[in-house]
Design a protein around this ligand. Structure first.
Ligand code: PBG
Length: 325
């Protein structure tokens, strides 16, 4: 028989310890950022209907939630506020006594080892549900920057370690960076939602945060899912404006974009594994259609393989439990 010429890739897959030896990508609990929804009121711990296992909590439940994260080895949280009142210009977003500002102060006081990321947006706080100020049916850019900068400054005052603007107005990194610097917070980094697509994967989040737009949609400020070069332009301008981290959002359907952003820019890259990506797996797992543990670890690992250094994920606690086994 003549010699067949081929490579034996299976040599490195033969045993579990051999596979561990050649594994290229590692997921760690320190990579995970857990999103938390804080609401006004007392004794509230509401499970979000479309996000099994995710709760809105009032401040009296917040510390126990944060202690759970610390016990699991999770080191960072991103805080979303669900205010009691909304108005045209999102006033509750930039009050010292706003729900997010109080939550941040409490976390820094009770669980100071956690890194607190503040989501900086107006959509939970405006009565029209858009991420900026509306004039004549349009979301106006530059006026919105003023309110967003105020929001970021009050979050930094409350003790936020990182400001994460998610509003997709042009110039938000430049405006917030300047505002933070002038207010004495030059040491606080900006984690920019640099590449944020107008995505149907955000549906369950809008239930959790009560932030659905009351008219129209977000396509005049969030990006068209069909576009790749536009993502690079967005990332480039945020780098120029002084961003310290870049977020690509959503994650699963945009791994190609993540890889390109990672290869071009030398900043820590964050994947936002969004609500719809969570809910789809939870629903399938509840039906017994997929193995939840395996699929969660597979998809979080795929984000790291695509270049993400950090992952914002509602699966953070589940994943930490799997990793700690
Ligand atoms: C606020 C914001 C949204 C998400 C994070 N910050 C909603 C949106 O843009 O509609 C979505 C997160 C998720 O779906 O998990 N602008």
């Amino acid at each position: 028989m003549s010699e067949l010429q081929f490579k034996r890739h299976r040599r490195l897959r033969r045993t579990d310890s051999m596979r561990a030896l050649v594994r290229e990508t590692h997921l760690r609990t320190e990579d995970l950022i857990f999103p938390i929804f804080v609401v006004e009121g007392e004794k509230v711990k509401n499970e979000v209907a479309s996000m099994p296992g995710v709760h809105q909590v009032s401040l009296d439940h917040l510390t126990e939630e944060m202690n759970e994260l610390v016990d699991l080895g999770i080191r960072s949280v991103i805080v979303f506020g669900v205010p009691g009142e909304k108005d045209e210009v999102g006033t509750q977003a930039y009050q010292q006594e706003g729900i997010v500002q109080r939550a941040i102060r409490q976390i820094k006081q009770d669980t100071p080892s956690l890194t607190v990321v503040a989501d900086t947006c107006l959509c939970q706080y405006t009565d029209h549900g858009h991420c900026g100020v509306v004039r004549d049916g349009e979301i106006v850019n530059d006026e919105s920057l003023h309110y967003l900068t105020q929001t970021a400054i009050t979050q930094a005052e409350a003790g936020a370690d990182i400001i994460a603007p998610s509003n997709m107005m042009d110039g938000f990194v430049a405006a917030i960076r300047q505002g933070l610097d002038e207010a004495g917070y030059s040491q606080i980094p900006v984690m920019s939602y640099a590449v944020k697509y107008a995505s149907s994967f955000y549906g369950p989040f809008r239930d959790a945060a009560h932030s659905s737009p009351q008219f129209g949609d977000r396509r005049a400020y969030q990006m068209d899912p069909a576009n790749r070069l536009e993502a690079l332009r967005e990332a480039e301008s945020d780098v120029e404006e002084g961003a310290d981290f870049l977020i690509v959002k959503p994650a699963l359907a945009y791994l190609d974009i993540m890889r390109e952003v990672k290869d071009r820019f030398n900043l820590p890259l964050v994947a936002y594994n969004v609500s719809g990506e969570y809910s789809m797996i939870k629903a399938a797992a509840q039906n017994g259609w997929v193995n939840e543990e395996e699929i969660v670890l597979e998809k979080l690992t795929s984000m790291k393989r695509a270049g993400a250094d950090l992952i914002i994920t509602y699966f953070a606690k589940d994943a930490a439990r799997y990793l700690n086994k």
